[in-house]
Design a protein around this ligand. Structure first.
Ligand SMILES: Cc1ncc(COP(=O)(O)O)c(C=O)c1O
Length: 397
């Protein structure tokens, strides 16, 4: 199938706006199939919210728990989302958090909180952590220590121990990743907390970046925990990755309200505890709808199971082609060797020169995987073995 290129600016100007919007909409919909490496679920849509989303200004400026001067906000929905997700990750009644612009903002908030509490904090993150960890450390002018990963893409606890010992006496802010960007590896949060206990590091923060995999993993029964009961002191999940909010957003959670230097701002009538000033009031609604309608969390678990079945299918197809690839339950991500030459259609595999990925998010269709495999047949893989990942999860019999 060919995707029409974006219309040139002069052609756009001549079209009625409704025709232009319909044309662009169908182009983006047709393009969706190629985004195999894009971790955004697209299976949930929100027609009931259309009038609000396109016809109503909602600005959740300031802290969700302070209404502020205006009434055009959705803070009651935002608090409900924070409480629901807090319960999922083991926070109690005191949970605090907010809906951020994305997981990056959540990590910046967590590292800023750590640096405010401990001005001489050292930030630790694995080499597989998202670049937002380095960005957050840079913004608060804290040193960043990058920890190598083990053979399965997880932060190496041995290396972390060695580095914590090097900076003995300094407070630690450790970013643990639950679902790394490239291979969906899951760091051992309880292991990190245990390591800090062993070394007597009580001035610490463990921020869990669970942008992609946090919700689907938390819904799996009988698995190791990585939230607040495992020792996390803050956690962020993304809304547009697994929950299919279709607009970038994230939910940042703390088990209790952190001390924050931002006080009441007269101009907004609310407390300044967030990184951003004005914040979307639409994304809390999308999150709330995603979490509460159509079967709630049970449906989200079923969506994850279906996506894992597609991941298993994709891995099988690649193996039958003899294409170097790796997948392990319960991931959505298959890593695979990059094709040595460009494919006939514009499939997006992300990654680097050697290793690409297919992330079977809800919304990705089996027929697109079939189409991709047809294009791949007869191609030559880039030499070298694709990077692998492994989790700490036990697959039920
Ligand atoms: C593990 C992880 N953390 C954080 C992010 C950043 O999310 P955002 O772009 O919403 O800030 C990503 C994005 O891919 C990610 O994979």
């Amino acid at each position: 199938m060919t995707v029409p290129a974006m219309l040139p600016a002069d052609a756009q100007q001549q079209l009625p706006l409704n025709v232009l919007a319909a044309l662009e909409g169908s182009r983006w919909a047709a393009d969706r199939r190629y985004h195999l490496a894009f971790p955004g679920a697209t299976d949930r849509t929100y027609p009931d919210l259309a009038a609000i989303l396109t016809g109503q200004l909602l600005n959740n400026v300031g802290d969700p728990w302070t209404d502020g001067h205006g009434r055009n906000h959705s803070k009651s929905y935002e608090i409900d989302v924070v409480r629901r997700l807090g319960a999922l990750f083991g926070a109690g009644e005191q949970v605090w958090g907010y809906v951020a612009s994305g997981a990056t903002e959540g990590t910046i908030h967590a590292i800023d909180e750590a640096a405010t509490a401990y001005p001489d904090v050292v930030v630790y993150a694995s080499t597989a952590a998202h670049y937002s960890a380095a960005k957050a450390a840079r913004l608060v002018r804290a040193p960043l220590v990058q920890i190598r990963t083990d053979a399965h893409g997880r932060i190496s606890l041995d290396e972390l121990r060695a580095q914590l010992l090097c900076f003995r006496g300094r407070p630690a802010a450790i970013v643990a990743t639950v679902g790394t960007t490239e291979t969906e590896a899951v760091d051992d949060v309880a292991g990190i907390a245990g390591l800090c206990d062993d070394l007597g590091i009580s001035r610490r923060r463990i921020h869990v970046d669970a942008a992609l995999a946090g919700i689907p993993l938390a819904l799996l029964p009988d698995q190791p925990r990585f939230g607040f009961t495992a020792g996390a002191t803050s956690l962020v999940i993304s809304g547009h990755k697994y929950l299919s909010t279709l607009m970038p957003c994230a939910v940042l959670l703390y088990p209790r309200r952190p001390d924050h230097p931002g006080g009441e701002v007269a101009y907004i009538g609310a407390t300044d505890t967030t990184i951003a000033g004005s914040r979307s009031g639409h994304t809390p609604l999308l999150l709330h709808w995603s979490l509460t309608t159509g079967g709630g969390l049970e449906t989200h678990h079923q969506r994850a199971e279906q996506a894992r079945r597609l991941a298993a299918y994709t891995h099988d197809r690649l193996r039958h082609l003899g294409w170097p690839s790796h997948w392990e339950w319960p991931a959505f991500t298959i890593t695979l060797a990059q094709p040595a030459a460009p494919l006939p259609q514009p499939w997006v595999l992300g990654g680097d020169q050697h290793t690409g990925r297919i992330i079977c998010m809800p919304g990705l269709r089996q027929e697109w995987i079939d189409e991709f495999c047809t294009d791949l047949a007869g191609q030559t893989p880039h030499p070298g073995v694709p990077r692998q990942r492994r989790r700490n999860h036990r697959r039920p019999a």
